[in-house]
Write a protein that binds this ligand. Structure first.
Ligand code: UT7
Length: 411
């Protein structure tokens, strides 16, 4: 029988910190209100050089170091994110390329704040089925890029960062023991980021470059501009309270545990009051709940893997601990996992150095492949097509063939 153990973990947060006081200089709020109503003291803010991919890559590299493996051993990369740099290529492909993980499949997973636990479930199932030996599961977000900084109800809550774990196949019992995945799409209007596609022309026949700017806005009653987040805080709060306690009960029943056997509950870091309410409901003391929301705010899919890293570093997460993780958020979605924490790996400095060298080589190889593709294009590109290519509409009104060099995918 195969088991899936977490053997590596890493996190990354942008350098710049935005305190509650900083926010109170441009919206009508205060440090006292934010701390009392959410438990948040500060959050990290992505700078111009940060992206979802760059944060994910840094966290993944750290996780590979702890796991003491090379990128080429990874068979699957899943990045849970609601704020990918591109619709495609996926963030996971950007991570694969940067690391030089040449044996890995890679895809992004969209399940909002539940995404990391969804990914953990997918990857551990793939390992238990014997399909792969190692998987990288990452949660990465630049939430501050989708916030309306005039909306005090949401802008004070979110932050940026990434967390990653390496899962390893083993015949030793333990690791990810059981998971549950759930969704209720009827609550989709409580929390969402609408993208631009709905406002783009429906098809080529309707497209008229000159009138593109006058296309009617999709009415959702909330006047949220595409690309920005909307949240009904009170309703999502109630949902969080109900799910955190309910999903915990369900996952421990599935694992054959009792509530008081949980050594550490690592929930999605949405609001400290949601944790306090679940603590009462489950009769599980707050000391068994891990929280670092005071330092990072709500980092959506990144919050649980970042909390894992901090829990290990502070000695709160130790070998043989029975651990429950619960994610909940947009979709609506929720997910829980029960696991027995394995033996921590000792950091191998030689492998760490080698992984940095491999990173450099991956970069060179990626560039070489791009150049090679361009050369191939020049040599073999003059394919004779008798029919005119179908002219695709583009958002800036250019109709048809690409005339300029397309920009390189940037991390
Ligand atoms: O990751 C996805 C999951 N997300 C969550 O779980 C978030 C869930 N929701 C929450 O955490 C909370 O609902 C909030 C922190 C967003 C809001 O806390 P609340 O206790 O539910 O406040 P409220 O929305 O009921 O608002 C209470 C008052 C209102 O004023 P009035 O109408 O009573 O005069 C708000 O306008 O607080 C006001 N308010 C603020 N005041 C100062 C709302 N936001 C702020 C603010 N600063 N930032």
């Amino acid at each position: 029988m195969r088991y899936a153990h977490i053997v590596g973990w890493g996190k990354s947060a942008p350098e710049r910190i935005l305190t509650n006081e900083d926010i109170s200089t441009f919206v009508d709020t205060s440090d006292t209100w934010i701390r009392e109503r959410s438990g948040i003291g500060q959050r990290h803010l992505a700078g111009s050089r940060d992206s979802t991919a760059s944060l994910a890559i840094a966290a993944a590299l750290e996780a590979l170091d702890v796991a003491n493996i090379s990128p080429s051993q990874v068979g699957l990369i899943i990045v849970a994110t609601s704020t990918p740099d591109y619709a495609f290529p996926s963030t996971a492909c950007q991570v694969q390329d940067a690391l030089g993980a040449d044996s890995a499949g890679a895809f992004d997973l969209s399940a909002a704040c539940s995404g990391f636990v969804y990914g953990l479930s997918m990857a551990s199932d793939a390992i238990k089925a014997g399909s792969i030996e190692y998987a990288l599961v990452i949660g990465a977000e630049v939430m501050t890029r989708v916030l309306d900084w005039k909306d005090r109800g949401t802008c004070v809550l979110f932050g940026d960062g990434a967390g990653a774990v390496v899962l390893q196949s083993s015949d030793q019992p333990g690791g990810v023991l059981s998971t549950i995945l759930r969704a209720d799409g009827s609550g989709g209007d409580m929390l969402f980021i609408r993208n631009n596609y709905r406002e783009q022309p429906a098809n080529i026949a309707e497209y008229d470059g000159a009138s593109a700017g006058a296309l009617p806005k999709i009415e959702d009653g909330k006047n949220i501009a595409p690309g920005y987040m909307y949240m009904n805080g009170r309703e999502v709060f109630r949902f969080g309270v109900r799910i955190l306690a309910g999903a915990t009960r369900e996952i421990i029943a599935k694992s054959g545990w009792e509530v008081d056997q949980i050594d550490l509950l690592i929930p999605h870091q949405a609001n400290i009051r949601i944790l306090e309410s679940a603590s009462k409901s489950l009769a599980l003391p707050m000391e068994r709940f891990y929280h670092n929301i005071e330092h990072y705010g709500n980092t959506s899919a990144a919050s649980i893997p970042m909390a894992i890293c901090d829990a290990v570093a502070s000695g709160r997460l130790r070998p043989n601990h029975k651990v429950v993780m619960v994610g909940f958020g947009g979709g609506l979605t929720w997910a829980a996992a029960a696991l027995e924490w394995g033996t921590p790996r000792v950091l191998n400095r030689a492998n760490r150095t080698m992984n940095r060298v491999r990173l450099g080589l991956a970069n060179v190889r990626s560039r070489a492949r791009r150049v090679l593709r361009r050369v191939e294009d020049r040599v073999f590109g003059a394919i004779d097509v008798s029919a005119e290519p179908l002219a695709a509409p583009s958002p800036n009104g250019r109709n048809g063939a690409v005339t300029e060099a397309e920009p390189e995918v940037r991390r």
